[in-house]
Design a binder for this molecule. Sequence first.
Ligand SMILES: [Fe+2]
Length: 308
Amino acid sequence: MALHRLTSITMGVPNVAETATYYTDFGLTPDGDGWFTTQDAGRQLHIVHAPTRRLIEVRVGVDDPDDLAAAASRLERIGVPGESNGPSLTAYDKATGVRAVLEIAPRLVQPTVPATPYNGPGRRDRVGTRAPGVLRSTPVRPRKLGHAVVGTTDFDATTAFFRDGLGFKASDYIKDNGAFLRCSTDHHNVLVLKAPVTFLHHTSWQVDDIDDVGRGATAMLEGHPERHIWGMGRHHAGSNFFWYLKDPAGNFSEYYSDMDCVVDDQLWTPEVLEGAKGLFSWGPPPPPSFLHPEDLAALMTGTHSAER
Ligand SMILES: [Fe+2]
């Protein structure tokens, strides 16, 4: 009886073909009409043409018509019109132009991937064999879409849209700058970031474990060192391991594993994170281009260099 998952996102880019090739390399499977599937959750990424790179649509699964009705009245309370259309409800965030569609969808049940044996001090869980992570040779393929991060010029309005209107829950905040919001049991499915211009900062994709974060990124960097942005590291907000790469349109894409789960809302206390904690727990320091992507100035003046 609630929002239960991030179903899919649509990203707009000026260079569709090049970007589609990148996400195929990244491990998503092309499924026709600009759609890409993940291993566990079907069609989750739609790439379409847009003059500049941006997040166009976020689709969220709900259980039943009551959830749609509840969202419609929440949106009305904050003065955002919602358009009901049978099994879905559509509304736009005024600040970013992002279209949100709540839709009745089955809950995602992922197959259980067992933890790999891991040796530690005084604990030999794996004896007489190399670690599974060094023996894997199959290409990394993301299990599901984890989250999308949207830069907004009106942080309060966009946060209110997702949280107070659509019904996302707040997991943590970055002081004055960011809101980690969830529509599932994952720590965050949308991160709203204060920014000088509306843009898609990154999308994030779940892989099995830290080895697959490393293996996936290493494969992406072979012959393409320019794709590297930031990693390997571990976030404080969400606790996930991360490695960020850059697609040919300028959007970042993240491989992640081991994110915090919030199953009982009463048992999670949101924090307001300050300083480095808002960014990471450990890892190399983030490059300036992570916080301020190189094309931001061009996006602000509408002269994006990737436009063609
Ligand atoms: Fe992320």
